[in-house]
Design a protein around this ligand. Structure first.
Ligand code: HEC
Ligand code: HEC
Length: 459
């Protein structure tokens, strides 16, 4: 399969040759579905080490600078506010070589936006877009499509063959450089083949490895209705593009994979970043020049990973659902296409109760995924010792904290939230205990299971 990528055209040809040599035009993702064997576990561990610690002789950043483990592999203004001024995220604030045309510190701190030169590095002053940072969870379910692997908000974030493997090369050139010359071997070093393999294996291991099968037997009245609206192709119409609350589309002719759509997000009025008066050029999406389309993200991971959409224009999950009722969506090519296929000529029109119920559904599926992850982390901690066990328990606590916030933010399932508070308390205690760690961890797992039983019927 040929996966030529239209982006990075303006990139220095030496870099491009490097990238093409590395990627060899092969779309490798689909072949990686086997269970992790021991060498695979080793590769993942190596990838993790690179992701969080390797600086590629650049400006001090790592992949984890923008995709931190303790914040669902993404950044938001609240997390950014906790970082010290010396954090490499802020290089543009203290490194004179990167002061101009590398980042916009105001937009980074206020809205979590990152500067990306998706259409090349020829005109740094004018040719850039400001984008939010996607989590890198469930990539195994969200990258493949019949045309090409689709990475990044517009699906063309990776140079060369467009694969997840090549994406890391693009990220180093974009974000790790010491100066705006971006010369490999001087401003950074490019990842080696082995490093790209390891990074890809690590990223593919994160989060869900398969899509849900909806409908779930949900217990809550409001989330249950939200699920029905989500799945109703005559009402919510969400499942047309986000099949099973994932990232693939199906209009009745079978699943077409992780597709791109123009849903009109760029045309939203009063976008927070634009209200500041800072320079935020239009983002034309896939390709150079762009066709205005963006890539469909998975929704299971959404509720605790806002702000939402490629431009971080919307802060709450309720607001993100309400987007589909507005003019920006309904006048977009996607909105008009839905209206054309609707007996009453309506694109998407939900009332406030329905918006809240769809958001409640997205909050509950996110919490169920967090519970699944927390239980898996707690269980793995039972087989480990020392620092490794501590890290697993810390991550379980962080997932549990997310579950609690996501439920409470929507006023949902107070009994489940109470069980999760208890699970968090037990996990914290386990993390401090020498003699009772395993016993307390097992109790925490039971509390997670009790919480889950409030959300969904368990067989
Ligand atoms: C300065 C912040 C920053 C750093 C550092 C960074 N990223 Fe990203 N990452 C982003 C942004 C912003 C996007 C969205 C890019 C786009 O829309 O094309 C992104 C997107 C991604 C995606 C696409 C996810 C998807 O769902 O399609 C992957 C994969 C990824 N990054 C991996 C990496 C890796 C690997 C590294 C280290 C080599 C890295 N990132 C370093 C900010 C960063
Ligand atoms: C025509 C296809 C299409 C339909 C229908 C659709 N979406 Fe989307 N959705 C997308 C695309 C594409 C994006 C990314 C848009 C962007 O960032 O510019 C997106 C993004 C989102 C996001 C933001 C996720 C994030 O991580 O930032 C949410 C939430 C969402 N959609 C929910 C819904 C809901 C709820 C419905 C039904 C009411 C729905 N979508 C219907 C294609 C669609």
């Amino acid at each position: 399969m040929e996966c030529a990528n239209p982006t990075y055209r303006g990139m220095e040809s030496a870099v491009l040759r490097w990238v093409v040599a590395l990627s060899c035009g092969v779309c490798v993702l689909s072949s990686c579905t086997s269970m992790p064997t021991d060498p695979q576990a080793k590769l993942i561990a190596k990838g993790k080490e690179i992701f969080f610690n390797e600086r590629f002789n650049g400006n001090g950043r790592t992949c984890g600078t923008c995709h931190p483990l303790q914040n669902n592999f993404t950044l938001d203004p609240a997390f950014i506010a906790t970082l010290p001024a010396t954090d490499a995220l802020f290089v543009a604030e203290f490194n004179p070589d990167l002061k101009k045309n590398f980042e916009n510190p105001t937009l980074m701190r206020q809205f979590g936006l990152i500067l990306e030169n998706l259409d090349g590095f020829d005109d740094l002053e004018n040719t850039f877009v400001m984008r939010g940072i996607p989590h890198v969870l469930a990539l195994r379910t969200s990258v493949n499509s019949p045309q090409c692997p689709r990475t990044g908000w517009s699906g063309d974030g990776a140079p060369g063959d467009g694969s997840l493997r090549s994406f890391a090369t693009g990220a180093v050139i974009q974000h790790f450089t010491r100066t705006l010359n971006r010369i490999p071997g001087v401003d950074f070093r490019l990842p080696t083949d082995e490093e790209l393999d390891a990074l890809q294996a690590f990223q593919l291991s994160l989060g869900r490895q398969q899509d849900l099968t909806l409908p779930l037997p949900l217990r809550g009245t409001v989330p249950k209705r939200g699920q029905a609206i989500f799945l109703d192709n005559g009402l919510g119409k969400c499942n047309l593009c986000h099949v099973n609350a994932g990232a693939t589309a199906n209009f009745g002719g079978g699943n077409i994979g992780n597709a791109n759509f123009n849903t009109g997000v760029e045309n939203l009025p009063d976008q927070p970043a634009r209200l500041t008066g800072e320079n935020v050029p239009p983002d034309d999406g896939l390709g150079t020049p762009g066709d205005g389309t963006f890539n469909t993200p998975p929704l299971v991971e959404a509720a605790d990973a806002g702000p939402f959409f490629h431009n971080n224009a919307i802060e709450t999950i309720e607001g993100a659902v309400a987007f589909y009722n507005g003019q920006a969506f309904n006048n977009s090519p996607s909105g008009r296409a839905l209206a054309a296929g609707d007996p009453n000529g309506i694109g998407i029109r939900l009332d406030a109760t329905q918006v809240v119920s769809v958001a409640a559904f997205l909050r509950v599926v996110n919490t169920l995924e967090n519970i699944r992850q927390a239980i898996a982390l707690l269980e793995s901690s039972l087989d480990t010792h020392g620092m490794e066990a501590k890290e697993l328990l810390d991550r379980a606590m962080s997932e549990t904290g997310d579950s609690i916030r996501v439920l409470e933010g929507g006023g949902l399932h107070p009994e489940a939230a109470a069980r999760l508070q208890e699970a968090k308390r037990l996990t914290k205690k386990a993390n401090r205990s020498i003699f009772f760690r395993r016993k307390l961890t097992r109790e925490a797992i039971e509390e997670q299971q009790r919480a889950r039983a409030f959300l969904v019927e368990t067989s």
